[in-house]
Design a protein around this ligand. Sequence first.
Ligand code: AHG
Ligand code: MN
Ligand code: MN
Length: 364
Amino acid sequence: MPFSKRFTLTQYLIEQRRRFPGASGNFNALVLDAALACKAIARAVAFGELGGVLGNQDADLGGAINVQGETQKKLDVLSNQYFTRLNEWAGNLAGMASEEMEDPYQIPAEHVRGKYLLVFDPLDGSSNIDVNVSVGSIFSILRAPQDVIESGRDVVEADFLQPGSKQVAAGYALYGPTTMLVLSVGNGVVGFTLDPTLGEFMLTHRDIKVPVDTQEFAINASNSRFWEAPVKRYVDECLAGKPGPRGKDFNMRWIASMVAEAHRILMRGGVFLYPRDTKDAAKPGRLRLLYEANPIGFIMEQAGGRASTGRVPMLGVKPTSLHQRIGLVFGSKNEVERIERYHTEPAEVEMSNPLFGKSSLFRD
Ligand code: AHG
Ligand code: MN
Ligand code: MN
């Protein structure tokens, strides 16, 4: 398509805003600032070693272990700074929260406070940075509670503990062979590709839909001994292939950048599982509800896919803490529904899994 026929992100947002004649423009400005942060991160990622941004964050430069107990990469910290600095000044936000910050981020006193909350994972898949594999950023936009908007008070954890169904918008950027921004403002899902010479996100993927069926799944199989029975059953059936109960062969992928897996699934279908398991009783799942599971879940549902804890729809979960972890299953609708069904069908598990059959050790 010639350039003159393409839409930019700004044009797309203006077009969408026409649905809300009373809109102030704050929302569009916020999305554009978040997109600018993503462009700045894309540039830093692209320079890699030339930019001196690879490797772990030096302890003497402010932290090296984040609130999750994970080693911070230099790019985790830099990406977090881009998000906070580029989004704090414009008067659109009441506050922010990030994977890399233990507490909510307050809009500095010199700036006006606004009516939205921005929650983000500044760099997802950061274990892949040093090996030059795709990473991304994930963000979620919520409305601030009314009393926050009216009083302009500091935000507290409780202000962010809203179910995913309350998201006004969600998006992610993927820093891969091309940089893309995938966005939902609650009216389907669209994808933009960064034209690096113009510095503009150009609309390249209209109305993205996740195929309802798939023969591709993604799970970290090294955790298999910790999986719960329904997950084990699901994966066993996929692995059994054509002669097995599913009657078809499956393919498996694991990138270890959830954002890249989400993008593959949006483009060609598939199912992603990072389920609750028994590995660490203190961690009910690996991924975080507010800035990983909810925004990706919102995008999946808007694209006709499904997102779940494995048991219940992700977007209905009422969060209990800012950095809460949760089991996450998303992707092609029929497959996610099947996994949910396996969690409620103990009888079938008994029949299909010899470990749970009549003569098994697990019978009482
Ligand atoms: P982050 O880099 O933001 O901490 O997230 C990494 C996440 C996710 O992107 C990925 O799917 C998962 O961690 C990988 O986990 P394993 O190391 O267990 O494979
Ligand atoms: Mn992440
Ligand atoms: Mn991260």
